[in-house]
Design a protein around this ligand. Structure first.
Ligand SMILES: C[S@@+](CC[C@H](N)C(=O)[O-])C[C@H]1O[C@@H](n2cnc3c(N)ncnc32)[C@H](O)[C@@H]1O
Length: 156
């Protein structure tokens, strides 16, 4: 569905011929406008977020952004995760929280990291491999449409 302007202001008090000209121009103008998906207004925002974070992927683990690691580790420490726990980390980026969580829950636990940015997830998988962690899965998915059954996770 496109966002349309109002043709009424173009017709009131004017001759039919003039009005038809306005309406024709209005129709042509609307056809030329970018289509906005009003059925899912969040879709564009999510696409933009994915594109922005993918563009930043090459530098996402650089020193100026190292606060993500710090925050991630502290979050996991404060969670006091039990060995064997199942953890969901949405908006996981390159795994600043998911990776320490995978360490904390051990080989009998499991962590799922979800993000919209495929390039950040690639980095997260590389980091998991380097750390020898095989109890963490990084999924390209929208956190608002995960559909895990209730009770799937102990912490999220
Ligand atoms: C500020 S970053 C978070 C960084 C991450 N916590 C880390 O430690 O690296 C925000 C992240 O949220 C993700 N994101 C935004 N909307 C999302 C959605 N609807 N579903 C999944 N991920 C989303 C972005 O792709 C981005 O990686």
């Amino acid at each position: 569905m496109s966002i349309l302007g109002c043709p009424l202001c173009a017709t009131s008090g004017r001759s039919t011929k003039l009005a038809n000209g306005y309406i024709l121009r209005w129709l042509l103008w609307n056809v030329a406008q970018p289509q906005v998906d009003m059925d899912d207004p969040l879709k564009k925002a999510k696409e933009k977020a994915a594109a922005s974070y993918n563009s930043a992927a090459d530098h996402f683990d650089d020193e100026p952004l190292s606060f993500w690691d710090l925050i991630g580790k502290r979050t996991v420490t404060n969670l006091k995760l039990q060995a064997g726990a199942k953890v969901l980390d949405v908006c996981c980026g390159t795994g600043a929280s998911a990776l320490p969580a995978a360490q904390a829950v051990g080989k009998n636990g499991f962590v799922v990291g979800v993000d919209l940015a495929a390039r950040l997830l690639d980095r997260a998988r590389t980091k998991a491999l380097a750390a020898g962690l095989d109890n963490v899965e990084f999924r390209l998915a929208d956190m608002t449409a995960l559909n895990y059954p209730d009770g799937s996770f102990d912490a999220w």
